[in-house]
Design a protein around this ligand. Structure first.
Ligand code: PLP
Length: 365
């Protein structure tokens, strides 16, 4: 399909970011989070590269994502963070479920006897995120009970921070304390230690005590930090297309739906074949720049479904077919997901998943 933008995925940048994670995490095991199609970068290609660079654990949200990775011939361990359905797929594709309660553990135990082989699991403790997981009060008793269920091998213990990206770490510290206490009791009672992991990107970057046995970064892999400091990370995704046509409009002429942009002078407007259907948010209307010939051109008027207009009056020598960059570097300048996120009051995660998931992808090796 010849519509919409191209997301260029730079796998060397991914490799570089993994190196930075390993340095900061002092060579602990990296559980690479590739959920949501690797945050829009393409889970299969990203996973292949990460495994080639020595990553032994991947994490996805749902079993369907894990199946795609397995079908591509990747044999790393895969942790499935959220799925409670398709239990037989865990056996078929050799996946590691995160267990959030006793009932689901029982279902896995039953399926294990049906299948005639055990399943390795990680248990999740809800230390204050309030999403999924065992309550800390019950976790020790429940873990002991689950460890006795036939066909269940508990390998890991995890939790998730709700606000490790804040400068004020007091809540994250509390969550870590609860986790550490629970983890210690469980290990004592079981008589063996479990792989414990809690740190997302924010935890890796700002909370050394939370590194534990393994780290679980997503965002950092793709070249962004949840803080203003970027720690030498390199954005992996560039989203680009080409100018479809140029319009020379007189002064006082309205541009796009609702006449929210009126030319102040004779203006040259670039018509760009990417819109909100491609994940370029409509809130970028009159509120962002694109790069053309290495310069910033302001988005003029409302972003449409398939088209965005940009004012290129101040850029010399613009031609139809010129490259337009929505996200990433062109020449000396760069538009980051952090910049775009700040413009529309969201987070870089939202920008890269929206743009990346809909674009055709090209991989630079
Ligand atoms: C998404 C996710 C991560 C990764 O978070 P980042 O902020 O992208 O590093 C880690 N753990 C869990 C449980 C997640 O859902």
């Amino acid at each position: 399909m010849n519509r919409g933008p191209i997301a260029e995925i730079n796998l060397s940048a991914l490799q570089h970011n993994l190196k930075i994670i390993k340095q900061i995490a002092k060579n602990r095991t990296v559980i690479a989070v590739v959920k949501a199609d690797a945050y829009g970068h393409g889970a299969v290609e990203v996973s292949k590269k990460l495994v080639a660079e020595g990553v032994s654990y991947l994490a996805v949200a749902f079993t369907g994502e894990a199946k795609m990775i397995r079908d591509a011939g990747i044999d790393a361990k895969i942790i499935v963070l959220f799925d409670r359905t398709n239990i037989s797929d865990y056996f078929k594709y050799d996946l590691i479920p995160v267990i959030h309660d006793k009932d689901i553990a029982l279902e896995f135990s039953k399926e294990a006897s049906t299948q005639g082989r055990p399943v390795t699991v990680h248990l999740k403790i809800d230390t204050g995120m309030g999403r999924m997981g065992f309550s800390p009060e019950r976790a020790v008793a429940d873990a002991i009970e689950i460890s006795g269920m036939p066909g269940i091998k508990i390998e890991g213990l995890m939790s998730h921070f709700s606000e490790a990206d804040l400068a004020d770490k007091s809540y994250a510290v509390r969550q870590l304390e609860i986790f550490s206490r629970t983890q210690k009791s469980i290990s004592e009672k079981l008589g063996y230690s479990l792989i414990s992991h809690m740190a997302n990107s924010a935890g890796v970057l700002s909370f050394g005590e939370a590194l534990l046995d393994a780290v679980r970064p997503g965002l950092m892999l793709y070249g962004y930090s949840p803080f203003s400091e970027q720690y030498g990370l390199e954005p992996v995704m560039k989203v680009k297309t080409n100018i479809l046509m140029l319009r020379d409009l007189p002064a006082e002429y309205p541009v796009s739906y609702g006449r929210t942009f009126i030319t102040k002078r004779e203006s040259r407007i670039a018509v760009i074949p990417t819109g909100y259907a491609d994940g370029y948010n409509r809130l970028f209307s009159n509120n962002a720049f694109v790069l053309i010939r290495g310069k910033r051109a302001p988005v003029a008027g409302r972003v449409c479904m398939d088209i965005t207009l940009a004012d290129v009056t101040d850029i010399d020598g613009v031609s139809e077919g010129d490259e337009v960059v929505f996200l990433g570097r062109q020449g000396e300048d760069i538009i980051t997901a952090t910049e775009l996120a700040a413009r529309i009051n969201t987070i870089p995660y939202d920008i890269i998943t929206s743009l990346g998931s809909r674009a055709r992808k090209e991989y630079l090796h």
